[in-house]
Ligand binder design. Structure first.
Ligand code: PLP
Length: 354
């Protein structure tokens, strides 16, 4: 029998590529960033220290996208990842309510900040508002991610409005991770608003700039930005200026750039969803982001086999709080998705998936 990999965390696979490997792992868009983002960048002017809060021009531009905002409401960070880390450290200690399955970094980020994650299990991919209301009492914050990694679900608008109200009444922060905000295929989303809301976003997905590491947080409560800046001053300091310049330029591309991308993601979504259904897997049809989360028995064995013998990377559902599932990103070219599906079909002859 082939060796079972030590699948302790996604770091086993993050960044692995080449040598015929097909990776359905990281949610890293294969599409190029907008041409405008990379052309004519004057790198030398950007090699200095910058403002901890982020470059004024980028924050100014962002403020046009958030009603009643000014540049002061934003802090530019090393991706959404740093924004989450800084936010939790600045509001620590306390409990954070997290819908499960969740993005795999949420529990570690929350724990590293000295906070305690508590979970509400999704029902049919959606928040169960009754369970949510029970568990939110006594929490300092809740973490919402719609569209979601790993479910691909977009939360029901009614539920989001209820969450907005319940949390406002209780004085609980809502951390809204909106990195897939521009990646919705099916219907409208609703973005929770209010003094108690801290929005986290990123240039990684919409503009295909994952490795540049630029994201941000927004809050209408000035104390949030001030507290975050106090921490960032002594940790990463400013976010890299070349990346901020790229982000600013990316924001000037017409909205059609995003719409064109959505069409590509939608085609891939349709293709992979149909492919997995035909293979016999049970899964939700994604409404946003670019992930599927099929149910899979013997998931550990299957993930190991796929990598060791078929050079296919898929993630273990367990990392996302979804045991007996596997998680795949379809942020890769259609021909690779097709080849990956064919290898998965072959591997299914060796491990029982249902
Ligand atoms: C839900 C979610 N939040 C945050 C991140 C981190 O994004 P960034 O590259 O901006 O740090 C990811 C990355 O996959 C994600 O899926």
């Amino acid at each position: 029998m082939a060796t079972i990999l030590d699948l302790h965390s996604p770091s086993v696979f993050i960044g692995k590529q080449g040598n015929g490997v097909i990776s359905f792992g990281s949610g890293q868009p294969d599409l190029p960033p907008p041409r405008e983002a990379v052309e004519d960048i004057d790198i030398r002017k950007d090699l200095r220290y910058g403002l901890i809060q982020g470059e004024p021009a980028l924050r100014e531009k962002l403020s046009k996208e958030y009603p009643n905002s000014t540049a002061d409401n934003f802090v530019i960070t090393n991706g959404a990842s740093e924004a989450l880390d800084l936010v939790f450290r600045s509001i620590s200690p306390g409990k954070v309510l997290v819908p499960r399955p969740y993005y795999y970094s949420y529990p570690p980020i929350i724990k590293l900040a000295g906070m305690e994650p508590v979970y509400t299990d999704l029902v049919g991919g959606r928040i169960d508002i009754d369970d949510f209301k029970k568990k939110v009492k006594g929490c300092k914050a809740v973490l919402i991610n719609s569209p979601s990694n790993p479910t691909g679900c977009v939360e029901a608008i009614e539920t989001l409005k209820e969450i907005e109200k319940v949390t406002a009444d209780l004085g609980v922060y809502v951390i809204s991770d909106e990195v897939y905000k521009d990646l919705i295929y099916e219907r409208e989303n609703y973005y929770i608003k209010g003094e108690h809301v801290i929005t986290v976003n990123s240039f990684s997905k919409t503009y295909a700039m994952c490795g540049v590491r630029v994201g941000y947080l927004w809050s209408s409560d000035q104390r949030v930005a001030d507290d975050v800046i106090k921490i960032k001053t002594h940790t990463s300091m400013n976010t890299n200026l070349v990346g901020q310049d790229m982000a600013l330029r990316a924001m000037s591309v017409p909205r059609s750039y995003i719409r064109d991308q959505q069409e590509i993601w939608r085609r891939r979504r349709d293709f992979i969803y149909k492919g997995f259904r035909e293979l016999g897997f049970e899964l939700w049809r994604p409404e946003g982001a670019f992930y599927i989360l099929p149910r899979c028995a013997n998931a550990r064995e299957f993930v190991s086999l796929l990598y060791n013998e078929y050079k296919v990377i898929v993630y273990l559902g367990e990392w996302f709080g979804a045991p007996d599932h596997i998680r795949l990103s379809y942020a890769l070219d259609m021909s690779e998705i097709e080849e990956g599906l064919s290898r998965i079909k072959d591997a299914m002859k060796k491990v029982r998936c249902f």
